[in-house]
Every structure is written in C-alpha cells, then in structure tokens.
Design a protein around this ligand. Structure first.
Ligand SMILES: [Zn+2]
Length: 642
C-alpha cells in the first residue's frame, strides 16, 4: 500500500442540507462522486463543539475522554477558561496513533489541542486573553513552535489583530494556514476546524441568507484545501474527511433557571460574580444543561448528609421547573443515569434535557426569560446541545485512496470516524467506542499487482509507442488518460457544471465548451484552476473506474498529467517511466507536432519533475524500434501477469 495521508476538515455545525445546497460546487460534487457520503452522523451528548471534536479525534464518548463541556469550570468561577489545552483530554487519539506509527501530525484550530505533545505542527484553537496579548504570543503560550510561527502564522496573519474572534476572517486565516502547512510540511495527518457556519447559524438562524453565504465559503475553502494537496504533490495519497460536529436548531426562547434558584434562596451571588451561599447552579450546554449541587466532593460523614439534603432540595426545584411549560424540560437525569444512558460524565449531579427549541442561559440576574444574546452560544437565535437525534444532522464525506466511490450510507455514530480514519491510515487505535465503517473501505485485493501497467514520460519520450508495444504483447487495451481528459469537456454533466461556475460565455455556438474561453478564466487564478481540475478529474475518475470494472485482465494506462491522475497512478503496478535524451525528444516532437524549438523549450521547461516519484522500471528510449520491444519483454518477465 502506498503511504497514505489524511485530512479531517471539520466545518463546525455544517449539516446534511448544506452539502445538498452546494452539491454542484466543484469540491462537494467531486468528493461525493469519488467517495462515500455518510449522510448523517449521530453526535454525542452534549452536542457541543469541544466534547464532540474530542470524540471525533478519539472515537470515544465524553465519559472516557473527559471533555464534557467547552469550558473548564468550577462553581462560582465568573469567567471560566475554555478547555483549550490538551491536558483536559484524556487517553488515546488519532494524534497518538499517528505518532506511534512514525507519521507527522498537524492541527489548525482543532479544539482541545493546545500544547498537544503529539501534534508536530500546531496552531490550536485559542485567542488572546487580554488586549495586551498578541495573537502570536498567545499561540506561543499554547505550544506553537517558532518554526510554525515563522513559516505559517506570520505570512498569513491579517493586519487586524481582532480577526481571531471574527467570522469569516478567522476561518479564512485557518484555511490559509492549513494550505501553507500542506505545501510546506506535507503532514501525514492534518486536522482543521473552521467555525464560520456555526457562528452564522447562532447569529442568524439555522437556515438564513448569511448561513447560505457561509456554506458557499465552506465549499470554496474545501476546494482550497484540495488544491493545496495538488500543489504539494500529495493529492493522490490523501484521504479527505469533510465533516462536522453537530447541527443547530432555531430557538423559541431562552430561560434562566439560575434566576429561579436565586429566587428560591438556593443560590446567592456576590458583587464580583462569585457565589455566596449556594445549593445548586445550572451550567448551560445550550438546549441541555448540567446542574451542580454543593457538597458533591465533601466525603466527611456530615458532608455526605448535607449533600444528600442539597440533592433533595435541588431535585424538588428542578421538578418545579419541569412543571412550568416555559422551561420546556423533557427529562431530569441523575449523573449516574447520564453516564449509563448518554455516555456523559462530569462533576455535575443532574443533567437536564430540554424539549428542543428552548435553551438555558447561565445568567443569575434578571427575569426568568431573557432576550436573545449572541455573545454566548447558549443564548443566540439558534443553538445546539440538544438530543443528537433532534434537528438537522451533522454529516461526513470520505474521499481518497482506499475509499469506495459513489457510496451513500444513511447514518453512523460520530465515534466511528476515528476508527475509520485509523484503518484507512493503517494505524492502531485500540479500545474505541466506535467501529470502523468497513463498507466504505475498498478491499486491498481488488487491485492485484500486474493488472494496471502505468506508463508515463515527458513529451516526445516515446511513451505512447512503448505503451502500444506493451499492450500488444499483453493482448490488452491501452488507455490514454490524456484523451479521457479531453473527452471530459464534451460530457454534458461537466459542461453544465462549468457553465454554472463561469457563465454561458464559456460555451461555443454548438453548446460544447470553448476551451480557449475556459482557458482564459482558469489560467487567471490558482483558485479557478483548482475548481476546473476538480470538475474534470471527477469525470476522469468515473470513466477510469468504469474501464477497470469492465476489464478483467491486465490493462495499460498511459499518463501525461501525472500528479492529477494520482489516485489511479497509485494503483498502477508496475509504474514505468519512459525517458530519452532532451535533444532527441525535441527532434521527435518538432517532427510530430510541427512546433518551433522555442515553443518546445518553453513547454518542456514548465512540465513536471518526475524525480519525486518512484518507478518500478525505467525505459531508456533511443528511438530504435527494437529498444522498446526488448524493454517490454524485460518488463513482462519481471512483472508477469501470466
Ligand atoms: Zn461546534
């Protein structure tokens, strides 16, 4: 197996409907056609970002990885710090598994990754804690290396230092940094977490115009990541996992149970926000909530008795809240019930589950019902934290080497993502709660050796002639992949995708693609070129798969566009390079194509460096017919299919 790489791109709060809305975007249409779509994933309790991402990376539930909330809290703390630091995460994950296997790891804004000892190239999700702290200083304090600061952060840092708490500025920075890491370090495992869709849903509602714009940006960013792997020469080896952590639902109202506790005399607050005497305190996870009861950690005999009394008082207050329909409480679970039923544990004593469209605030003062407030995720116009089966669902697309093409799977638990990634990378990640999604993994023995003979070489090297000789000796078909690339521009589905992206101006009078008009557009920017290549490559992959499905014996594939044809190139065994002296090639091309020597030099100078690829055999062509005959015999002896 070729050494694979894997990128998890987690678009926070993206849902299945978003993928459908942008299904024609170059990136999503490519990923869906070339890969497997797990249309919905069942996230974890509570369905909020830090616990969910900890489950995505570990394949385990919060009762085992220990991240049960976004922030790190003790009762009475008016301004808790978030669980930015990896020390709050317990146990094994894909990061450790990758390092055990000697792979390189990278993360950009992945939650709970600060100071992570197993992430080589790290920019964790963290932001300055005071106006005096610069972004670079804050990242340095979370374990980002000077190398990453110099190579990745500094060249991409926006002028406005406030960018990190703004969307989409922060997310564009995240994507730019991830692309730089791909090009510079080519990490084996890279995890990325933009949060633009999530932020826009909170502020504007689940399905709103700003959210549609955010989804459009997410598709564009996904394309940017794919393009970066092409630039790095790692596209062919890379498994893309484009996914999300939870959905969101629109809210009817926000209720404040702590105000009720204050009125009942169960909670009192000092001027500075710290607690005075308290019996219970509710800490919101959006549409669900943890309820803390005073004395839970007091193990003395008197302490146990006091805690039991506090529990009874709290239970009675919660039952009273449950009777008030405005609070929309569906269930009150004890901490033991939460652990057994929801796989959620923490130092809280009760866990409240709301009915779905009412969220809970943490606030201590004011009325029982509060105005929407977008400064906290719990109290915005839309939020999450709800039952993982409720509302629009998160989603996951897998594409790349080893992933089945065009498969759709309706639903899988989100804890299955990590074991699946581990299996695709050949990593050992034992003792997960989830299991690998085996049906999306292509069995290795589908491509036995000496089935796909891959032939490549520079212009004029004689690779076509050699491929023909080889195919004749094998008695099999010879497929020119460059020709399939040309056919792509005549395919109605490809034409329609390109027309939608670039307008009617790219079509000729006969309704087919005007290659010159498209050329003018795509050569103007790397982004455009990336989109165009992704669209045509989706077509080429489909045709190549169909050819492989209908042929049984050996087949000779001839490549010219080596890096973009990668996924199939990787399956070729043997891989054969045809080379020839530059002057001889030039003479051959000038005779064949009737071009000038200058034009050849220009074209040849810009073409690929084959040096970075491994070949099983090299054919040195001197343009005598018997040379290619002999080389073919030699290769068929060494790599015999018979
Ligand atoms: Zn999230």
């Amino acid at each position: 197996m070729t050494k694979r790489k894997l990128i998890i791109l987690s678009h926070d709060a993206m849902v299945r409907e978003d993928v459908l809305a942008r299904i024609d975007s170059p990136a999503f249409s490519y990923l869906l056609e070339s890969g497997t779509w797990i249309e919905t994933t069942k996230t974890i309790w509570p369905s909020i970002t830090y616990p969910a991402h900890s489950s995505i990376i570990s394949g385990r539930y919060p009762d085992r990885h220990g991240v049960f909330h976004n922030d790190h809290f003790y009762p009475g703390d008016p301004d808790p710090r978030w669980n930015w630091d990896a020390k709050y995460f317990h146990g094994d994950s894909l990061f450790q598994a990758a390092k055990r296997a000697g792979l390189t790891t990278a993360g950009v804004f992945w939650p709970v990754s600060g100071n992570h000892p197993y992430v080589d190239y790290l920019i964790s999700e963290y932001w300055p804690q005071s106006p005096d702290e610069s972004f670079i200083d804050c990242q340095r304090s979370m374990g980002t290396s000077e190398e990453v600061i110099r190579d990745i952060i500094e060249p991409n840092l926006p002028e406005n230092e406030q960018f990190v708490r703004m969307h989409p500025d922060a997310d564009q920075f995240v994507i730019d940094c991830a692309c730089s890491m791909i090009r510079k370090y080519r990490p084996d495992l890279l995890v990325i977490h933009p949060a633009d869709i999530d932020a826009n849903r909170h502020r504007n509602g689940v399905f709103s115009d700003p959210v549609r714009e955010a989804v459009r940006r997410a598709a564009k960013w996904t394309q940017q990541i794919i393009t970066a792997t092409r630039d790095a020469g790692t596209f062919a080896d890379t498994v893309f996992v484009v996914m999300s952590d939870h959905g969101q639902v629109d809210l009817d109202r926000i209720m404040s149970p702590n105000v009720f506790f204050c009125r009942k005399g169960l909670l009192s607050v000092n001027e500075d926000g710290s607690f005075g005497d308290w019996t219970c305190y509710l800490r919101s996870t959006g549409i669900t909530a943890e309820v803390y009861v005073e004395g839970a950690d007091d193990t003395t005999f008197a302490g146990r008795a006091r805690y039991a009394a506090n529990l009874r008082k709290t239970r009675a207050a919660l039952e009273e809240l449950k009777d008030d329909p405005r609070f929309a409480i569906d269930r009150i679970l004890t901490s033991r019930e939460a652990e057994e039923e929801l796989r959620l544990s923490g130092p809280f004593s009760f866990f409240l589950i709301g009915k779905g469209n009412v969220a809970y605030s943490n606030i201590l003062k004011g009325g029982l019902e509060m105005q929407f407030d977008t400064s906290a995720f719990q109290t915005a116009f839309a939020t999450h934290g709800m039952d993982p089966d409720f509302g629009p669902q998160p989603t996951a697309i897998f594409s790349g080497p080893g992933v089945r093409r065009g498969l759709r799977i309706p639903r899988r638990p989100i804890v299955d993502i990590a074991p699946t990634c581990a299996k695709l990378l050949g990593l050992d990640l034992p003792d997960t709660d989830g299991t690998a999604v085996d049906e999306l993994i292509e069995p290795e023995d589908e491509n036995p050796p000496y089935r796909i003979y891959g032939v490549t070489g520079r212009s004029g090297s004689g690779k076509s002639r050699f491929a023909k000789v080889l195919a004749e000796k094998l008695g099999c078909e010879r497929i020119d992949i460059d020709e399939i690339g040309h056919d792509a521009t005549k395919d109605p589905a490809v034409i329609e995708k390109i027309r939608r992206l670039y307008g009617d101006g790219v079509l000729g009078a006969d309704g087919t693609i005007d290659r010159k008009a498209v050329g003018r557009i795509v050569f103007e920017s790397a982004e455009r070129m990336g989109e165009y290549t992704t669209i045509t490559w989706a077509y080429m992959q489909r045709v190549l798969s169909e050819i492989l499905a209908r042929t049984k014996g050996p087949i000779v594939f001839e490549w010219i566009l080596l890096p973009i044809s990668g996924t199939f190139w990787n399956r070729a065994n043997p891989k054969i390079l045809v080379t020839a002296d530059t002057e001889a090639r030039k003479k051959a091309v000038l005779e064949r194509d009737g071009i000038t020597g200058d034009y050849f030099d220009q074209r040849d100078g810009g073409s690929l460096d084959y040096g970075r690829y491994d070949f099983d055999a090299v054919v040195e062509n001197d343009y005598r017919p018997e040379t290619l005959e002999e080389a073919a015999d030699r290769i068929l002896t060494a790599f015999s299919p018979f």
